[in-house]
Every structure is written in structure tokens, then in C-alpha cells.
Design a protein around this ligand. Structure first.
Ligand code: GLN
Length: 380
């Protein structure tokens, strides 16, 4: 008996076995090619509105633990796996991944040809779909097709407000180390305000590890709300949805903060909104970049970094004014992966230097931010 379906807006029905919580989820079906880090991926708030198809066939092998999470309220809508989840085998496993999905009320589906689904997304773009898990195996397919069709899609959708914190808070947890777990920043050199559009925790941990006291403010914070904390620098976080829609309230604030002369660093959605604030444009990509091995070239040094990525929108290079320089480029498709405002301590990357999951080649960017803050303070 099939206990779960993925129903796409064009009427395609893929039948499999249910995982995690019973229930249904509508969203954009995207794929992620990472071989590890499924917990971090499922808890990255940038996946709000999305159902994740994992291309790696064996997901869940190492179980789940209480540490490898990027938020305590996951925003991804569900997951699609090739193989059934096996018994966990890892010294850090505290739970079976299926029980973990249930505990977060996330539905899943296993047992479909995830490679075929990925090729379909690659060739035809990310479709909207409904993932439904019903242990009784009873489904109303025409109603599910209608639900998938009726979903408006991510283009033009602002989701950052939904996943952002509601209240300002301070963050001092730093990065994880074997034998110690997460560290603690007790002697910060600089004060950062991080605007939370759906921030991954590991970004905040990396900022703390680089020597910053971090104050996290909601996505809707005004310029005065940010400046009240007397920041030495401002960080613009990653987040879900369409940057152009989120930018309606966030971009004017970013523009004012740049005008104050403050050092600014943006990651992913933060990078896209920084580009909008500087006069550029963003567009939806056909299938996006989601994985842990995307090569990116640093155009200043010629060095190639292997990066972690998760984005479905991109900055259009021809839209950028002459005082904005493209600093990094994807070696997969040539798309913009980094920007800087010439002569100012303002820069951003489209990819995820905090990794989580993924390689740590790009951790240097957190130190670059801190160096820019130090230089700015010394010159001020
Ligand atoms: N990880 C992110 O910040 C994603 C940014 C944006 N929502 C995109 O999909 O492009």
C-alpha cells in the first residue's frame, strides 16, 4: 500500500511510503545534492515554502541529535527520500530520523525515483506540489492537484517575516568542537547587529567565534531600532522567499544603514537585498543552487572555494551600478556569488560561508568582516 504521494501541479502523481508526521504540505519542490547534514538542511529557515528532494539516496543513516539544528522551528515543509530510513548508526545519534521528523510535525515520503524527479526539476524548473502522508493510504488526487495548482509559488512571496524572531535577543554561542560541543563568546571585541530574515544559527555562531557580541533584531526592525544598539557593524542574514518582496520593508533600512557608513556583511537573502539596496535587481532561477559542493571563484585572488549553497533567486550582474563590483562567481553557471561596494566596508556572498552542512573553505569571510570593522573603527 502506498501511504504517501507527491502530487505536482501538472497532475503528475508519485507514489511512495510515508515518513515522519501524517499530514500534508504544499510548496515548491526543490532538490539538494548534499550527502550529509540533513538535519541542518531540514532546519535551515531559508527552506520555508519548500519541499526538499534529497538526491543522496541514503538519508537518516546517522540518526538525529539535539545539536545539529539551525533553528528550533523548522520551516521546510517536508522531505522526499529515495531509500527508507535505516536504524541510526552514529555515536551522536539520540533519535531515529523518522521520529525526529514526527517530533517537528514534518511529513516525508520515501521510495520514489528521486533521480528522475531531480532531472525533471533540472530540465523543467522547480514545480509546485503537495506532499501528503496518510497511513490509511486514502487520497483525493483531483483535490491535491487543485491544491498544488492553486499555490501561488515563491516568486513574489515574502516569507522572512514569518520565520524571523519576534523580539530582539543577544547571541553568544560560538562554533562546535569535538569534545567540547558549542563554545561561548565571553570577551567580544565588536558589537554586531544581525537582522534576522531567517538566520541560520551557525552564522550567528561564526560571528560570535570571530569575536563579535551579536544582537539579533527582527526582519522588520527600523534603522533607529538597529542604531539603538550602537553597532560596529551590521549583518544581513539568509532567509526564505523572494528578496524583492522582502525588500519592500528591508531594503530602505539597509540603504540607510549603508549611508551611515557602517560596515555591512550579507549572506544569501542578505546578499540579494544588499544588491537591491545598491540599485541592482534579482530574478528567480529556474532550479536554484542547493548542495554542499558548489565551486565558486574569488575573482580577486583567483582561488576556488567549495561552498555550501541554498538559493533560488540570483542577482542580475547587468543591473548593478558601476560602484558595485562582482567579487565571486559560480563555476557551475557563471552566476553572481559575491559583491562589494567599491571603497566601502560593504560586501556580501550568495553562498553560505558558515557551511552547516558543508566545507569550511569560506569561513575567512567572517574574519574579513571583523577586519573591515576594525579598520573602520580605527579610521573613524
Ligand atoms: N538561503 C537563502 O538565504 C535563500 C535566499 C532566497 N530565499 C533564495 O532562495 O534565493
Amino acid at each position: 500500500m502506498h501511504t504517501a504521494l507527491l502530487v505536482l501541479a501538472d497532475g503528475t502523481v508519485l507514489k511512495g511510503r510515508g515518513l515522519g508526521a501524517a499530514g500534508s504540505a504544499v510548496g515548491e519542490v526543490c532538490f539538494n545534492t548534499s550527502m550529509t547534514g540533513y538535519q541542518e538542511i531540514m532546519t535551515d529557515p531559508s527552506y520555508a515554502g519548500q519541499i526538499i528532494n534529497f538526491t543522496f539516496p541514503h538519508i537518516g543513516n546517522t540518526g538525529a541529535n539535539g545539536e545539529d539544528i539551525e533553528t528550533i522551528t523548522p520551516a521546510a515543509r517536508g522531505c522526499i527520500l529515495s531509500a527508507d530510513i535505516t536504524q541510526p548508526s552514529n555515536w551522536r545519534a539520540a533519535q531515529h530520523f523518522d521520529a525526529w521528523l514526527k517530533s517537528y510535525n514534518l511529513p516525508g515520503l520515501a521510495g520514489i525515483d528521486t533521480r528522475k524527479l531531480t532531472r525533471r526539476i533540472r530540465d523543467g524548473g522547480a514545480p509546485n506540489g503537495v506532499l501528503v502522508h496518510n497511513p490509511e493510504g486514502i487520497f483525493d488526487i483531483p483535490a491535491l492537484v487543485a491544491e498544488a495548482k492553486a499555490w501561488p509559488g515563491l516568486d513574489g512571496m515574502d516569507l522572512a517575516k514569518d520565520v524571523s524572531c519576534r523580539q530582539t535577543f543577544n547571541w553568544d554561542e560560538s562554533t562546535w568542537a569535538l569534545g567540547r560541543g558549542y563554545g561561548h563568546q565571553s570577551a567580544p571585541a565588536y558589537r554586531i547587529v544581525a537582522i534576522d530574515y531567517g538566520a541560520k544559527r551557525n552564522i550567528l555562531r561564526c560571528l560570535a567565534a570571530a569575536g563579535c557580541a551579536v544582537t539579533v533584531v527582527p526582519a522588520t526592525a527600523t534603522t533607529a531600532d538597529v542604531l539603538r544598539h550602537r553597532p560596529d557593524g551590521v549583518f544581513l542574514s539568509n532567509g526564505p522567499g523572494d528578496p524583492a518582496a522582502t525588500g519592500e520593508y528591508a531594503v530602505p533600512v539597509i540603504r540607510e544603514l549603508i549611508a551611515q557608513g557602517l560596515p555591512v556583511f550579507g549572506i544569501c537573502l542578505g546578499h540579494q537585498m544588499l544588491a537591491l539596496a545598491l540599485g541592482g535587481k534579482t530574478e528567480k532561477m529556474a532550479r536554484g543552487h542547493r548542495g554542499a559542493n558548489h565551486p565558486v571563484k574569488d575573482l580577486t585572488t583567483g582561488k576556488v572555494e567549495i561552498t555550501s549553497q541554498n538559493h533560488g533567486f540570483q542577482v542580475m550582474p547587468e543591473s548593478l551600478p558601476s560602484n558595485v563590483r562582482v567579487t565571486h562567481q559560480s563555476l557551475f553557471d557563471g552566476s553572481v556569488e559575491g559583491l562589494e561596494l567599491t571603497g566601502k566596508p560593504v560586501f556580501s556572498v550568495q553562498y553560505h560561508p558558515e557551511a552547516s552542512p558543508g566545507p569550511q573553505d569560506s569561513h575567512y569571510l567572517f574574519h574579513r568582516f571583523v577586519e573591515k570593522i576594525a579598520q573602520h573603527k580605527a579610521g573613524a
